[in-house]
Structure formats: C-alpha cells, structure tokens
Design a protein around this ligand. Structure first.
Ligand code: HEM
Ligand code: HEM
Length: 179
C-alpha cells in the first residue's frame, strides 16, 4: 500500500484551479449579461457563451469527482474541531453548488418561453429537460441566481480559511493544492 500523499493529486489540483477561474468567470458573465445594457445580438452572444461554459463546468465536475474519488487525499492539517468541520462543510456545499448550478441553468434554458436552443460551442444541441413554462422559468432563475451568489459567499469563507492556514498556521496549505 502506498504512503499517504502530502499533496492533492495532479488532476485534482489542475481541475481545482481551472474550475475556480471558470466558476468566478461564469458568475461575472451571468451578472453582466443580465444587468448590462447591450444590443440584442451581444446579449444573445453572452447568453450562448454563458450556457456553453456552464456545460463545460458540468463536464469538469464529472471529471473532478472521478479523480477525487480515485486518488488518495492528503491528511487534514490545521486545528481540529469546528474550523475543520466548517472547512469540510464548505467543500461539501461547493460540490452541491457545482452540480446544482449547471443543472438549474439547463432546466431554466429548457423552461424559457423564448425557447432558444442551447448549442454549446455550436457543436451539438442540448436536449430540453422540461417544456417551456414562464412560471417555472421565473422560479428557476431565482434559484439559479441565489445559488450563484451563494457560491461567492462560500468562496469568501474558503479563501479566508486558506489564507489563515497559509499565513497564521504557516502550514503550506496552498502548496498542497498548488503547483
Ligand atoms: C469557486 C472557486 C473554488 C471552489 C469551488 C473550490 C473548491 C474546493 C474544494 C471542493 C476543495 C476540497 C478538495 C477537493 O475536493 O477538490 C478545495 C480545496 C482547496 N482550495 Fe479551493 N475552491 C475554490 C477557490 C479557491 C481559491 C480562490 C483558493 C485560494 C485562496 C483556494 C484554495 C484551496 C486550497 C489551499 C485547498 C486545499 C485544502 C487542503 O489541502 O485541505 N480555493 N477547494
Ligand atoms: C457553474 C455554472 C454556472 C454559474 C456559476 C452560473 C451563474 C449565473 C449567474 C450569476 C447568473 C445571473 C443571475 C442574475 O443575477 O439574475 C446566471 C444567469 C443565467 N444562467 Fe447561469 N450559471 C451557470 C451555469 C449555467 C448553465 C449550464 C446554463 C444553461 C445551460 C445557464 C443559464 C443561465 C441563464 C439562461 C441565465 C439568465 C437568467 C435570466 O435571464 O434571468 N447557466 N447564471
């Protein structure tokens, strides 16, 4: 049996940072496309990018879960007790959001009364999960927005925890997830 690793496995580290950039970019683009004032063509293009990269996020999550479950994780470091529970809780909630966000987006795109097809990078058409319905669309757009801004709240906690590890406990936590 191999020794317990000191760092997260290469694919887990790579996907962690790729998804961090992607998710923050998706929240930013989502906010811009729904709150900015653009002509119809630009709005359409932003929505298509948002939906395409949102589908990429779902694909990366599947790969991430595979690598995460297939490789051994480094042991917990830092103070035990509530802070460790909080860190694990945030990680679990991140996984929930990384799944619920693209799925709610997909459901919303399906329920949209405009009923424009979702074609990620113009490569294929995403099948509809539900039929168009204004009420369902409105409810889902609330849920989707709430989840997305909730992700930012968790990210603030997550980054604060990482910085405390790095600079207060000086346990090199960023190296474990870094390159
Ligand atoms: C939306 C963006 C982010 C998400 C969804 C996210 C998610 C996660 C998750 C789920 C873990 C647990 C390991 C795993 O299962 O992969 C983790 C670990 C980690 N994250 Fe993030 N993260 C994000 C952004 C960041 C940022 C910006 C930093 C830098 C300050 C960071 C630093 C770390 C570190 C250092 C670990 C390793 C913790 C340890 O070794 O115990 N993350 N992250
Ligand atoms: C992790 C992935 C995703 C994140 C973080 C995200 C984030 C966001 C954010 C922040 C907004 C703006 C909410 C508001 O202020 O009203 C938004 C809107 C939207 N998202 Fe996403 N999204 C993701 C995935 C997806 C996917 C996969 C789809 C569809 C296939 C999608 C479809 C939409 C649509 C149609 C809107 C506009 C809703 C409206 O017009 O009210 N999203 N998203």
């Amino acid at each position: 049996m191999s020794a317990t690793p000191r760092r997260w496995s290469g694919p887990v580290r790579l996907i962690h940072w790729a998804m961090a950039v992607l998710l923050v970019g998706l929240v930013a683009l989502g906010w811009i496309m729904t709150h900015g004032r653009f002509d119809l063509g630009t709005t359409f293009t932003y929505y298509q990018w948002h939906k395409s990269f949102g589908v990429v996020a779902l694909g990366l999550l599947a790969a991430r879960l595979g690598f995460r479950l297939a490789s051994r994780r480094p042991p917990d470091i830092g103070p035990a007790g509530w802070q460790r529970h909080a860190a694990h809780g945030v990680h679990l909630a991140f996984y929930g959001l990384m799944l619920a966000l693209p799925i709610s987006g997909w459901l919303m795109a399906s329920a949209s009364p405009l009923h424009l097809p979702t074609r990620p990078f113009d490569a294929f058409t995403l099948p509809d999960l539900v039929s168009p319905d204004m009420g369902v669309f409105t409810a889902l757009s609330w849920v989707h927005a709430l989840l997305a801004y909730g992700l930012l709240g968790l990210l603030a906690l997550h980054v604060a925890g990482a910085l405390k590890h790095q600079f207060v406990e000086s346990d090199g936590v960023l190296r474990r997830m870094g390159f």
